[in-house]
Write a protein that binds this ligand. Structure first.
Ligand code: XMP
Length: 510
């Protein structure tokens, strides 16, 4: 039986996936189509309803993206969001103009007329706005439902309750009651039935991967982290033995990490080969102090090693990557820099090796990936792992990296993480780790003057790693960790706690 979707029409918004995701969270299947998709295609899908996304254009510009005019005649409910609202107003005979004051960020919305779209929601609440144009005159047959200080027509509705427009973004977390508004659209306006669960995603992806890959072979570089593991388990379910995974030990892993990752991955039935390239990496890093130079050497060496090993796999046509939606947004330059992802995504490799990319998680967010991982039987230990940077401990030893310092850092880091787990804080912080500083500090142990290394502890709260604040871990806890590190790790004489937020500092020290 064909599953009836909600169709999200993409006008170039950075939030389009988020809209589709919210619909799925509400239990209704959703699909994204481009704004120029033919009307026939939309009709063929027999959607419950259509959502127009936002977008950067202005409807009154000559090349503005507009859907086929016939979309308003097929009798399917439509919800226009931001630019989508302006599209509705413009195409149905209203007037959209450049606003005197742009409205960005939080704005109070006031409901003027009760409407099924706002059933069960207070009469005024805060919404998230981001627009430079506004609806000046309503199209015939429309009425005003709500306003905000910068948008007299912040919500408009056709009198037959089929077509709606919202100037604000109900899909973003900053809009209060956003999910309820979308839910009202789906269930009260469109009469949608729940027809979607995460398990369905797995089933459909497995079919899609089989179709895309055919008889070919897929190669994957595993880090042992959430994204690459879940992606590999998913592809393994689709094509089994034709997935070849590589785990490269660059000598910059944490204590026992290699053994743990290997046994985890094997228990998931993956065909994994570990490549011990630690000598090569550490040799090349000898004498190098500059952080960027260290990263470049590691990135280059990683590609070289992976390329050498992967080229031995016969019939490899695809390279699997655990790219998530935020990575896609980042690489498109919409927010932040894409630089941290170059190593992570083995950049440049697919073209060099003439491989096609396979990115089955590209429309998902991290928490959705965790949910899928859980359904696929990935142990919670992997799903809850803190992010770990591609260059590993090399960016946590400030300055030159050598084996001796790696040993010291590994022991200190393990104590910190063990204590976090014991105290129940590990799952509460986004990321925690130890850093080895390139300085020595004076101390006294048993009447003897010491002159030893300094460890910095870092623990942060974050939702996506783009911004972060330092974790307010209890003093007694930090005291316990510091005592253990100084007592148990030879060579460390002092422990400090990092209380910088990002920005202006970054999460990692290098
Ligand atoms: P920063 O230090 O830039 O880190 O605030 C943000 C998040 O990204 C991780 N990170 C990396 N991940 N390759 C990665 O795969 C890298 O080169 C890299 N550098 C930083 C970092 O651990 C944090 O979670």
């Amino acid at each position: 039986m064909e599953r009836r979707p909600i169709i999200v029409i993409n006008f170039g918004s950075q939030y389009v996936q988020l809209i589709a995701r919210r619909v799925r969270e509400l239990g209704v299947y959703s699909e994204i189509l481009s704004w120029d998709a033919p009307l026939e295609e939309i009709k063929r899908k027999n959607p419950y309803g259509i959502i127009f996304s936002g977008g950067p254009a202005s409807v009154y510009e000559p090349d503005a993206p507009l859907p086929p005019q016939g979309i308003y005649q097929i009798g399917i409910p439509i919800l226009g969001i931001c630019y989508g609202l302006q599209v509705v107003a413009h195409q149905l005979g209203g007037r959209v103009v450049k606003a005197d004051h742009q409205e960005y960020g939080r704005a109070p919305l006031r409901i003027i007329k009760p409407d099924p779209l706002f059933e069960g929601i207070p009469e005024s609440f805060d919404v998230w706005m981001s627009h430079a144009d506004r609806v000046e005159e309503l199209p015939p047959g429309f009425e005003r439902i709500a306003d905000s200080p910068g948008s007299p027509n912040a919500v408009i509705a056709g009198k037959d309750k089929k077509i709606y427009g919202l100037q604000f973004h109900p899909e973003v977390a900053h809009t209060e009651h956003g999910k309820e508004i979308l839910g009202n659209f789906l269930f009260r306006i469109c009469g949608a039935r729940k027809n979607w669960e995460m398990g369905d995603f797995i089933e459909e992806k497995v079919k899609e991967i089989r179709h895309q890959v055919g008889d070919a072979t897929v190669i994957s570089a595993l880090s042992g982290g959430v994204d690459s593991t879940v992606a590999s388990v998913l592809v393994n379910r689709a094509i089994g033995g034709r997935l070849h995974c590589f785990f490269i030990d660059h000598g910059l892993l944490r204590l026992n990490e290699r053994q743990e990752v290997e046994s985890n991955l094997r228990s998931l039935g993956l065909n994994v080969r570990t490549i011990d390239a630690s000598d090569l990496f550490l040799d090349r890093l000898r004498g190098v102090e500059d952080p960027e130079e260290k990263r470049k050497i590691i990135g280059r060496t990683f590609i070289e090693v992976f390329e050498r090993e992967a080229s031995k796999v016969k019939g490899a046509e695809f390279l699997l990557q655990g790219t998530l939606y935020p990575d896609v947004v980042e690489s498109a330059g919409i927010r932040g820099s894409a630089k941290i992802k170059t190593h992570h995504n083995v950049g440049g490799l697919p073209e060099r090796m003439n491989l096609k990319l396979l990115e089955p998680l590209r429309e998902l967010f991290k928490d959705e990936v965790r949910e899928i991982g859980k359904l696929l039987g990935v142990p919670s230990e992997i799903l809850k792992r803190h992010p770990f940077p591609g260059p590993g401990l090399a960016v946590r030893i400030i300055g030159e990296v050598n084996r001796e310092d790696l040993e010291v850092l590994r022991k200190a880091d393990r104590i910190f993480i063990d204590e976090l787990k014991k105290a129940g804080f590990y799952d509460e912080v986004w990321q925690a780790f130890a850093v080895l500083l390139p300085i020595r500090s004076v101390g006294v142990m048993g009447d003897v003057r010491t002159y030893e290394k300094v460890i910095a502890l870092r623990a942060v709260e974050s939702t996506d790693g783009m911004t972060a604040d330092w974790s307010r871990l209890p003093h007694e806890f930090l005291d316990r960790v510091a005592r253990r590190i100084i007592n148990e790790v030879r060579g460390v004489g002092r422990v400090v706690y990092d209380i910088s937020s990002k920005p202006p500092s970054t999460i990692e020290w290098e």
